[in-house]
Design a protein. Structure first.
Length: 60
């Protein structure tokens, strides 16, 4: 597999930024910035969300 095969995926990732944290409002300028600056969520707060799709399928 060649690095050029991932060019579209990288472009998609790059286009997703800047991102703003819904919890604290902090803005991440790039994927690299996001990975460097993110921290674990505070204890006691669930980090998973559940949803029920049509037909009763439960997603986490």
């Amino acid at each position: 597999m060649d690095l050029h095969d991932f060019a579209g995926l990288k472009a998609l990732l790059d286009s997703a930024f800047p991102k703003k944290c819904a919890s604290c409002g902090y803005v991440y300028r790039s994927a690299e910035h996001f990975f460097i600056e993110t921290h674990d969520m505070p204890q006691g707060r669930p980090c998973l969300k559940a949803a029920i799709e049509d037909g009763g399928v439960i997603l986490v």
